[in-house]
Design a protein around this ligand. Sequence first.
Ligand SMILES: NC(=O)C1=CN([C@@H]2O[C@H](COP(=O)(O)OP(=O)(O)OC[C@H]3O[C@@H](n4cnc5c(N)ncnc54)[C@H](O)[C@@H]3O)[C@@H](O)[C@H]2O)C=CC1
Ligand SMILES: O=C(O)[C@H]1O[C@H](OP(=O)(O)OP(=O)(O)OC[C@H]2O[C@@H](n3ccc(=O)[nH]c3=O)[C@H](O)[C@@H]2O)[C@H](O)[C@@H](O)[C@@H]1O
Length: 427
Amino acid sequence: MNICVVGAGYVGLTTAAVLADIGHIVYCTDRDTARISSLKEGIVPIYEPGLTEMIAKNQAEERLFFAANVKRHMMNCPVVVVAVGTPSAKNGSADMKYILSVVQDLSLVIRSPKTIIIKSTVPPGTADRIDALLQEYGVSQALYELVSNPEFLREGSAIEDTVHPDRIVIGAANEEAALIVKDLYQAIETRFLLTQRIEAELIKYASNAFLATKISFINEISRICEAYHADITEVAQGIGMDNRIGPKFLQAGLGYGGSCFPKDVNALNYAASTKQVKMELLQAVKKINRSQLGVYLNKLNHKLGEKRENIRIAVWGATFKENTDDTRYSQAIAFMKLLTKQGYQVYAYDPLVSPPIPSVVWCSDKYEAVKEADALVIATGWPEFMEADFHRVKLLMKRNLLLDGRNCLDKKTMEAHGFECFGVGRP
Ligand SMILES: NC(=O)C1=CN([C@@H]2O[C@H](COP(=O)(O)OP(=O)(O)OC[C@H]3O[C@@H](n4cnc5c(N)ncnc54)[C@H](O)[C@@H]3O)[C@@H](O)[C@H]2O)C=CC1
Ligand SMILES: O=C(O)[C@H]1O[C@H](OP(=O)(O)OP(=O)(O)OC[C@H]2O[C@@H](n3ccc(=O)[nH]c3=O)[C@H](O)[C@@H]2O)[C@H](O)[C@@H](O)[C@@H]1O
């Protein structure tokens, strides 16, 4: 099948590479011409394990092509996958400007039967809204099927998640359309759930909201663990052994970030408010996440004392989690900003990124960042931090305070190295 993917971001690139890898001819398009030019030359603009190799292989085998002429490929391909961004608008709703511009482009080129697959995360009712718009633009309903096929991949394991998904959700108004999409994924072994479009749209938001809830729940439990001198990692392990709960997404830390949980929780909340539904649990989830950084800032302040002048804090990690170069809504960066605002000197290191943040000094090496530091904060759980030579780190630092914001270090080992180590919800 010839497929046009619109949007060459984290989702579009991964989807295009995997669809090509399972045998389709894929034209991955983006209106960002610089991005397309570099992709044509084999330069992949994002970091995602295995993606560069999969793209190169499928380009060489002539199943994957990159193109800046979005409309031309939309017109020529019987299947169009929409994977453009849906960022947060100021009022918390999903900003639909990119989706709407794609719909406008589509309306100009639908001349033969087409299956349009909405992979972007969109508010409930969007497929119906797009249907109405296309008809308003004069496109005959007989010429296209519009299907909602939300994406559940995680950054950092996007290829693995796409090749081995827990499920593929296909929301379609009729079975015929659903089966066209199901057929595209024939080579992928997984469970398929066929629903109407509205349920598919809600499944996506509800999944992200549930995962965010799990994280805020465990972070809240970590607070009571601290109060009772209990270890959250053991409590989480015990909770997770119950099959009804499961062990995943129970890692206490500095809170969730990233391009999706914060925006999707807000967008679901907004969608509910337009129907006069109050999402009380989601409000609490957001509140706990917002306050998590403050809790650990206060602890650092308390341990470091009143004086801020010439107090140096090293921060390891800037992305919103490990194995990605994405810094959107990163709690690590939010924490750096809070520290500089308090008057601390911040020396930071991340294996992939060094975004400009006022008053933060970026170091090219993790050991350089800890030189003369009064405290070290592990803000992201990159494997190289766990494998660091902490004997060397301790010798380089001025004082011995260590905040393990992702509970990824062994506390006893750190104490044996001479650190005063505190984690999230650990005695
Ligand atoms: N990043 C992630 O891990 C996941 C994201 N999603 C959802 O997938 C969607 C895309 O997310 P990302 O890939 O992170 O976005 P992104 O921001 O990385 O990429 C979006 C791309 O779309 C392009 N674009 C925008 N308007 C266009 C247009 N009219 N024509 C052609 N190209 C256009 C942009 O230039 C950009 O390269 C969002 O709705 C997001 O919520 C869903 C699951 C996972
Ligand atoms: O819609 C999306 O964009 C995607 O959002 C998340 O994926 P992602 O944001 O890439 O990353 P996650 O692994 O979910 O982590 C999100 C945040 O939660 C934090 N987290 C995660 C797990 C955990 O136990 N504790 C915790 O604090 C991470 O550090 C990170 O800041 C979902 O996991 C994906 O299923 C979904 O497709």
